[in-house]
Design a protein around this ligand. Structure first.
Ligand SMILES: Cc1cc2nc3c(=O)[nH]c(=O)nc-3n(C[C@H](O)[C@H](O)[C@H](O)COP(=O)(O)OP(=O)(O)OC[C@H]3O[C@@H](n4cnc5c(N)ncnc54)[C@H](O)[C@@H]3O)c2cc1C
Length: 401
């Protein structure tokens, strides 16, 4: 018999885009939800990525599953989050013999359901005048720009609007379980005090830190923290997202973000996601590689350089590039702790789908029969998050739109 979700208490660990989307989906289906974030919302990888809305074209040749998922979610996010998503599109640019990659790229995009339009180098430079004169091939794709902070806060506002509680500066320090079932989490309230929060289920959405959270319950979790450095220069040198028409590599993307141009990224591996820095060599490398696509980047004034850590699912490859950008929901009942779930991997573009999958799993576990509605409901504005309860009423009644 189906149970009433309102009697069931869930804890979400991690206030990045994924955790916030999970809190929203759970609260929307009626669960009593509390999210704990150790710092400010978006202070992990969510607040630090390029902000590329991935159509999936970047992954189509080597990782078709995530490519399809990205395309599906691009369509959904454009619909539910017009305030955080820019419909500025993307162009894959070939230089010299990159054009040889074109047939494989075009076919793979078609397989993944990603529309492409090949245009002449001359036309590409008409719509993006700062592209290199050396363009030998150009393909338009439905990429775009995400305002990463706004998108995450829109999910936070929606979660709060459905009654979820979000507690920042509240690190989870232990997961308690007994007789094979999760009991709840311990949270550090201040230097001297910890509190226990009982829960019927716990979702580990701690991104690159998810392995450490699983270890609190003595469980293994294959997450590879893979840092990447990005550089922002002043000036919006392109309007579209510009990518190199090659298999994914370092320094091959330029994302227009507000009035800045972000060049990304590098890729390495680390055991410690809290200690990553952008080196001078990486900065010089990224500007040099970015300038192959958009020469003006070489002379633009540096705005900032920083690193963020990808939460890749899987064990360390020789380098993180060989690991899929796909995501997984893991039900730790199979490892001996029922009621504990991890959701790892993925991209910011697919955060809503990650939340839907793990919430579906939890509904099955709790015998709750409520479908996902997040793909069809426009999100409230990000500022609604600041207004908490009052915003909730407006959102529930639909008067925020
Ligand atoms: C260089 C780079 C560029 C990228 N570019 C893009 C892009 O352009 N487009 C795209 O779609 N994706 C991009 N990504 C991927 C994307 O950024 C991530 O997939 C996404 O941000 C992960 O979100 P998350 O919520 O899962 O993790 P996070 O945002 O890292 O959230 C996890 C949260 O858990 C919290 N936490 C950790 N431990 C605890 C604890 N003990 N208690 C409570 N909270 C805790 C952390 O503080 C953190 O806020 C990029 C990634 C990198 C590294």
């Amino acid at each position: 018999m189906a149970r009433d979700a309102r009697r069931l208490r869930g804890v979400v660990i991690g206030g990045g885009g994924t955790g916030l989307a999970v809190a929203y989906d759970l609260a929307n289906r009626g669960f009593d939800v509390t999210l704990f974030e150790r710092g400010e919302l978006t202070s992990g990888t969510t607040g630090r990525h390029h902000g590329q809305l991935h159509s999936g074209a970047r992954y189509a040749v080597h990782d078709v599953e995530i490519a399809r998922e990205c395309m599906r979610e691009t369509r959904i996010l454009r619909r539910i989050s017009p305030g955080a998503i820019e419909r500025n599109y993307g162009v894959f640019v070939g230089i010299g013999d990159d054009a040889e990659y074109l047939p494989e790229f075009r076919d793979a995009c078609a397989d993944a359901g990603i529309p492409t339009e090949e245009v002449s180098p001359r036309y590409a430079r008409t719509i993006e005048p700062n592209l290199t004169e050396k363009v030998s091939a150009a393909v338009l794709v439905p990429d775009g720009t995400i305002d990463a902070w706004r998108l995450a806060l829109e999910f936070a506002a929606a979660a709060v609007g459905h009654g979820a509680e979000i507690r920042t500066y509240s690190p989870v320090v232990a997961i308690e379980h007994r007789d094979g079932s999760v009991m709840g989490v311990r949270v550090r309230i201040n230097e001297a005090r910890e509190e226990f929060f009982a829960a019927d289920f716990v979702v580990n959405a701690a991104g690159a830190w998810a392995g450490r959270i699983a270890a609190m319950a003595d469980l293994p979790l294959e997450v590879t923290p893979a840092p990447g450095t990005m550089v922002a220069v002043k000036g919006r040198l392109t309007n579209m997202v510009v990518s190199r028409l090659q298999p994914p590599g370092d320094g091959d993307i330029v994302v227009p973000q507000r009035k800045l141009s972000i060049i990304g990224s590098t890729q390495s591996l680390t055991d410690d996601p809290d200690n990553v820095v952008a080196t001078d060599e990486e900065i010089e490398f990224l500007i040099r590689k970015g300038a192959l696509l958009v020469p003006g980047l070489a002379d633009a004034e540096l705005h900032a350089a920083w690193s963020a850590v990808r939460p890749l699912y899987g064990a360390n490859g020789a380098d993180g590039r060989s690991l899929s950008r796909g995501f997984r929901c893991i039900d730790h009942a199979a490892d001996g702790v029922a009621g504990l779930f991890s959701v790892v991997g993925g991209k910011a573009t697919v955060l809503r789908a990650m939340a839907e999958d793990v919430t579906d799993e939890i509904c099955r576990y709790c015998a709750v029969d409520v479908p996902c509605r997040t793909a069809d409901t426009p999100l409230p504005g990000h500022r609604e998050y600041y207004h908490g309860e009052a915003a909730g009423e407006r959102f529930r009644t639909g008067s925020h739109t």
